[in-house]
Design a protein around this ligand. Structure first.
Ligand code: AMP
Length: 295
C-alpha cells in the first residue's frame, strides 16, 4: 500500500493507472476510520481494480471551529486498517496545499437538496463538501466513488453535483454500518463517554420506533417526527437538531410518508453531533426496545 501526500504524486499515480486501463474506485474520508468506512472500501474493491482512500479533515466544511479542533485524528490506526482492507493508495493531502494562501474558489449548490436539514443546521457545510469533493475527484480521477447512506443528504448532493458539472464519475451509495446496539458507526462516536453513548442510543431507538409505527400504518409525518423527538428529548443532555421525513429521489419534505421516504435526524449528545438517515421501507435497526412497555 502506498501513502501519498503531495497532490502531484496522487495525480501521477492515477494517470499511470488510467494509462494501464485500470478502473479506480475512490473512498473519500476524514479519517478516524471504522467498519463503516471499511464497508465502502470493500464495495470499491468489488467495483474497481484499484482502491484509493483519501484522509483529509476538510476545514471548509466545518461550521464550528471547536468541532474541527476536536475532530478525532488517528492516522497510524487508519493506515493499518487500510492496509488490512487491501487499499492500494491512502492519500493524505496537506491543508496548506489544498487551500493555499489566495485560495478563492468554492462550489455551491442551490435547490431542494441544500435548503433543509444539515444545509440549514450547518451553514456553509455543503459548500465545503462540494468544494473538497470536486477537488479530490479532479486529482484522483476515479471511475467510481462510494459514499455512505448514513450521510444521505451529502451522498445525494454529491451525485447531483457530479451530474450537473459533468464530472463523469459513478457515485454509489452504500448502506449504513451500525454497532450491535443500533448506533450508526461514526468517527465522532469516539468522543462519546460510556454515559454519553448510552444516551446517544435514543437516536436509533427513536428512529426505529418511528419506522415501526410507519410499518404499523402511521403515515402522518408529523406523528413519526414526534415519536423520534419524544424518545430523544427525555434524555437530559440530548438535544434534537432536526428530524424530518423526506421523499426520494427529490428530497422534498413529505407530509404523508410512503415507502420512498427516509427519516432524517440529527442530535447533539452533550455537544457531540450525530446524524442518521433511515429508509422507512428499509431493514429494522437492531435496538433494544421493551415491547411490553411500548404496547
Ligand atoms: P467521514 O469520514 O465521516 O467524512 O465519512 C466518509 C464516508 O464514510 C462518507 O461517505 C460517510 O457517509 C461514510 N460513512 C460514515 N459512517 C458510515 C457508516 N456507519 N456506514 C457506512 N458509511 C459510513
Amino acid at each position: 500500500m502506498e501513502v501519498l501526500v503531495p497532490i502531484a504524486d496522487m495525480r501521477q499515480w492515477s494517470r499511470a493507472q488510467l494509462q494501464r486501463g485500470a478502473r479506480i474506485g475512490f473512498v473519500p474520508t476524514m479519517g478516524a476510520l471504522h467498519a463503516g468506512h471499511l464497508s465502502l472500501v470493500q464495495r470499491a474493491r468489488q467495483l474497481a481494480d484499484r482502491v484509493v482512500v483519501s484522509i483529509f479533515v476538510n476545514p471548509t466544511q466545518f461550521d464550528n471551529q471547536q468541532d474541527l479542533a476536536t475532530y478525532p485524528r488517528t492516522l497510524d490506526e487508519d493506515l493499518a486498517l487500510c492496509r488490512q482492507a487491501g487499499v492500494d493508495v491512502v492519500w493524505t493531502p496537506e491543508t496548506a496545499e489544498m487551500y493555499p494562501d489566495g485560495y478563492c474558489t468554492f462550489v455551491e449548490m442551490y435547490g431542494p437538496l441544500t435548503d433543509k436539514l444539515c444545509a440549514i443546521a450547518r451553514p456553509g457545510h455543503f459548500r465545503g463538501v462540494c468544494t473538497v469533493v470536486t477537488k479530490l475527484l479532479a486529482v484522483v480521477r476515479p471511475d467510481v466513488a462510494i459514499f455512505g447512506q448514513k450521510d444521505l443528504q451529502q451522498a445525494l448532493i454529491v451525485s447531483r453535483m457530479v451530474a450537473d458539472l459533468n464530472l463523469g464519475v459513478e457515485i454509489v451509495v452504500a448502506p449504513t454500518v451500525r454497532d450491535r446496539d443500533g448506533l450508526a458507526l461514526s468517527s465522532r462516536n469516539r468522543r462519546l463517554t460510556p454515559a454519553m453513548r448510552a444516551k446517544a442510543l435514543a437516536l436509533p431507538r427513536g428512529l426505529e420506533l418511528a419506522r415501526r409505527a410507519y410499518r404499523g400504518g402511521e403515515t402522518e409525518s408529523r406523528k413519526l417526527i414526534e415519536i423520534v423527538a419524544e424518545e430523544v428529548l427525555v434524555n437530559e443532555g440530548v438535544d434534537l437538531d432536526y428530524c424530518d421525513v423526506v421523499s426520494l429521489p427529490g428530497f422534498q419534505e413529505a407530509e404523508r410518508a410512503d415507502d420512498r421516504c427516509v427519516l432524517a435526524a440529527a442530535v447533539f449528545v452533550d455537544g457531540v453531533r450525530l446524524i442518521d438517515h433511515v429508509p422507512l421501507a428499509g431493514e429494522a435497526i437492531p435496538v433494544a426496545i421493551d415491547d411490553d412497555e411500548r404496547a
